[in-house]
Write a protein that binds this ligand. Structure first.
Ligand SMILES: Nc1ncnc2c1ncn2[C@@H]1O[C@H](COP(=O)(O)OP(=O)(O)O)[C@@H](O)[C@H]1O
Ligand SMILES: O=C(O)[C@H]1O[C@H](OP(=O)(O)O)[C@H](O)[C@@H](O)[C@@H]1O
Ligand SMILES: [Mg+2]
Length: 386
């Protein structure tokens, strides 16, 4: 039995031997001496991304194909545990070190866990939410392909955030709608350029329509998030490559142009945002031909705004591999993975799989995660408070 399986068994035993989550949350007693573990799943931006970074709209879904898991264990000191491979500090040689940095960059998940602790503590302080003084150690595991636009970074933050919320028993005090922003703030702390769609999908689970219109956000302090029935989705496929790319770099010039009032970027972003609005209707009406058209338009608009150099040859090739067999394709995030829809069904999927294999790309059927909100979360939604 591996380490994670063992910890899972231990956690299950703890759950049986200790009071239920809800009972514990309502009590004022000492913090649970149990191990807390939370998963957050990879997300696919189905329509509208990256307009979430620009007060637009998106439709995103959570997938169970890949996830990050964070474990919080009560301990005497507060410890952030480096991951044995993702936070590598011991190398066999200088060339091993250099190769590693060139392929995976300088950073792992430690900084994400630290930033999550900071943002969580700061928010609780500002809101007058009391936190007990017990310590913990935080460790993580992830199988989300690194920097592939599947939201590997926010999955780690989101899972860590959920652990803290339960360790301090404050799930009922931090509204679900606010959590994505706090998770984003942790990455902002680190200078990672990112938007809200990843965090919303990861907090809510399932399929979510999101509206980030500025006036609404200013008024409520968050976007308007609507969960859609996941059974509205047609079968989708995920194509990805082992090609790490830092999403922050890819976003940088477009963001500056948008801030500078560049008309082309502003208009294009509005068009991208409208694709999500139209896509919501298409999904509700199960108009999958329309969905395919919208997905293709989404990538084409991104390509015009960002330019091929910023998107990268391999990323563009993943989109084209799908298009060559008539599939609708677009990036799941900022690059590294593509979501594909085959409107003609299984025979077309087969062609797509063969074509991906020839090009050296991985392809897997998308498995959608159901809603992740529990009863306490649902009670914090503004629609349930009015
Ligand atoms: N698999 C991983 N393991 C450890 N840290 C990761 C992983 N993926 C991302 N990170 C952290 O998140 C940061 C930003 O990654 P990002 O480009 O946003 O990737 P993604 O598209 O997967 O979210 C990285 O610099 C790194 O600190
Ligand atoms: O460009 C995008 O579509 C997304 O890019 C980032 O996600 P990532 O998984 O890191 O590529 C960003 O965080 C999202 O908000 C964007 O929609
Ligand atoms: Mg990211």
């Amino acid at each position: 039995m591996g380490l994670w399986e063992r910890s899972k068994v231990r956690r299950l035993c703890n759950e049986i031997m200790n009071p239920s989550e809800e009972e514990r949350m309502e009590g004022n007693g000492p913090p649970p001496a149990t191990i807390i573990e939370h998963k957050a799943y990879a997300r696919i931006g189905l329509l509208g991304n990256p307009s979430d970074v620009y007060h637009g709209r998106t439709i995103s879904l959570n997938i169970s194909n890949f996830w990050a898991s964070v474990r919080l264990e009560p301990s005497s000191d507060l410890k952030i545990v480096p991951h044995p491979t993702h936070d590598l500090v011991k190398f066999t040689s200088l060339s091993h070190l250099v190769n590693r940095l060139e392929n995976e960059g300088y950073y792992g998940g430690v900084r994400l866990l630290m930033a999550t602790c900071k943002v969580f503590t700061k928010y609780c302080k500002e809101q007058g939410i009391n936190l007990h003084n017990n310590n913990f150690s935080l460790s993580y595991e992830t199988n989300i392909p690194r920097q592939t636009g599947l939201s590997g970074s926010s999955a780690i933050v989101c899972a860590a955030f959920s652990c803290l919320v339960d360790f301090y028993k404050v799930r009922d005090k931090i509204d679900v709608e606010i959590r994505p922003q706090l998770i984003l703030n942790a990455e902002k702390e680190l200078g990672i350029v990112a938007g809200l769609q990843d965090r919303v999908a990861q907090v809510y689970g399932g399929l979510v329509y999101m509206d980030f219109e500025k006036s609404k956000m200013d008024e409520c302090g968050h976007g308007i998030y609507t969960q859609l029935d996941t059974s509205l989705l047609p079968p989708l496929h995920l194509i990805y490559a082992e090609n790490p790319s830092d999403s922050g770099k890819v976003h940088s010039t477009v963001r500056q142009r948008w801030l500078d009032g560049d008309k082309f970027i502003i208009l294009s972003m509005e068009k991208v945002a409208n694709l999500a609005l139209e896509g919501k209707t298409a999904l509700l009406e199960k108009d999958y031909a329309k969905l395919a058209t919208l997905m293709n338009q989404n990538f084409d608009l991104r390509r015009r705004m960002f330019g091929d150099a910023a998107l990268g040859g391999v990323n563009i090739e993943m989109v084209e591999v799908g298009r060559r067999v008539g599939a609708a394709t677009k990036f799941t995030g900022s690059g590294g993975a593509v979501v594909a829809f085959c409107p003609e069904g299984p025979s077309q999927v087969k062609l797509l799989e063969e074509s991906c294999k020839k090009s050296g790309f991985y392809i897997v059927p998308v498995e959608v995660v159901p809603s992740l909100l529990n009863e306490i979360d649902i009670r914090t939604l503004s629609s349930n408070k009015e």
